[in-house]
Design a protein around this ligand. Structure first.
Ligand SMILES: [Zn+2]
Length: 416
């Protein structure tokens, strides 16, 4: 099956924007991307002229909890991170599997219509898989959430049982990974076992790391609200020895296959440890604003070569604004990031939501850009400006996309 798309402009990201461009697709891959004038002798049919629009790579949401989508606005504005987590745990326990499933599907629809084509999702309710995968054309990489607070063999059984169940799933429906939930909600035993399994199976790991000052305080100094809350239920012998990042380094958990979520609080050499170990970090701008965390340490991380991506996190930690509905939307995340750091070029921000994320997933050779051999995951948005302003136009795009192609098939038919 072939298809060609002509458009006012294509943004391949591996080269400069192309005016009057054509993108040729065969089955699930791009076979050519370049100027209409220099097109190959054979341009695959049908040829669709998108007119005054931009074709760009589909966005990659590097961190999400789709099953929490319907929790939007249900948790009160947090006085502290620990209070918020307690509220989330209580809310989760009151929900049925059906509610989580409906919530997951609602979130996937929001992401699709706002231009995401790949999502890295933390699965707290594994029973939803694989049915929810077949409910969406999105490329979903599902990271099985693992929480364990006590030392001992329980961790090994927990991981092995989870992996055994996951290995039975039809892998073609999505990629798989493990998500030891957070530094504070896991033990060293669990992290060690999960790290070894991920290494063996060549899976990615996704863990919340150094998200709040309360977690930082707990690991560094053995006190604070999170320490007080967890000390009766968690083995705290790993606290008082250094920062959350140092904790992961001691266990040997830092590596190229780790996608560390948030990383808002760094101790002296933490950025260097993450950079040296080739860890990728996901920043979730609207979730960051919701909790009023300290400024995201982007420059420290970039200086040591850390690959930074963007994610939505969940709607349970996204604030309602006057101007926009509360929806999972990577364009809203890019804009929120830009508002906090207006000196960063829009092109750099778009790369965080595309190429940087594909690198974090180990898929840099086929995802997050447009060119020969890339997966045909493309989105279309209207454009009426100057070519030199194309990245600004992308950053400020609002509302649904005008088309979405995933693996060479229309997930949203193009609006002409
Ligand atoms: Zn999260």
């Amino acid at each position: 099956m072939t298809l060609s798309l002509r458009a006012r402009i294509a943004v391949p990201l591996i080269g400069p924007p192309i005016d009057d461009a054509v993108v040729c697709v065969s089955d699930s891959r791009v076979t050519w991307c370049g100027p209409w004038k220099g097109r190959p002798a054979f341009v695959g049919e049908p040829l669709i002229d998108l007119g005054e629009q931009i074709v760009l790579p589909g966005l990659i949401n590097a961190h999400c909890h789709l099953d929490y989508t319907s929790m939007a606005g249900l948790l009160p504005s947090p006085r502290s991170f620990t209070d918020w987590i307690k509220g989330l745990v209580a809310l989760k326990s009151s929900w049925s599997t059906t509610e989580f499933g409906d919530s997951w599907r609602k979130g996937a629809e929001m992401l699709l219509r706002s231009g995401t084509t790949t999502v890295c999702d933390v699965e707290a309710i594994p029973e939803l898989l694989p049915a929810v995968w077949s409910s969406t054309p999105l490329r979903v990489i599902s990271f099985r959430e693992l929480i364990h607070l006590k030392r001992g063999d329980g961790a090994r059984d927990l991981v092995n049982n989870a992996v055994e169940a996951m290995a039975k799933l039809p892998v073609e429906a999505g990629g798989l990974g493990l998500s030891p939930h957070a530094t504070y909600s896991t033990t060293s035993d669990l992290l060690e076992v999960a790290g070894a399994v991920a290494q063996k199976r060549q899976w990615r790991l996704m863990t919340h790391v150094s998200e709040s000052d309360e977690e930082f305080e707990m690991f560094m100094y053995r006190h604070g609200p999170m320490f007080e809350w967890l000390k009766g239920q968690r083995d705290m012998s790993d606290c008082g020895l250094g920062s959350p990042v140092q904790h992961l380094e001691r266990i040997g958990f830092l590596g190229e296959n780790l996608i560390a979520i948030h990383v808002n609080h760094l101790w002296r050499h933490d950025a260097g440890l993450l950079g040296r170990n080739k860890v990728s970090v996901v920043h979730c701008p609207r979730s960051h604003a919701y909790f009023h965390h300290l400024k995201f340490p982007r420059t420290d991380l970039e200086r040591t070569g850390v690959n930074i991506c963007l994610g939505t996190d969940s709607l349970a930690s996204t604030r309602r604004t006057e101007s926009e509905p509360v929806e999972l939307d990577m364009f809203a995340e890019m804009r929120s990031f830009f508002e906090a750091a207006p000196s960063i070029p829009p092109e750099t921000i778009l790369r965080m939501a595309t190429m940087n994320a594909s690198r974090a997933l180990g898929k840099a050779n086929e995802l997050g850009w447009i060119g020969e051999g890339a997966l045909a995951d493309l989105i279309v948005i209207p454009f009426a400006g100057e070519t030199s302003q194309v990245y600004e136009a992308i950053l400020h795009h609002r509302g649904p996309v005008a088309g979405s192609l995933i693996a060479g098939r229309w997930a949203i038919e193009p609006r002409l």
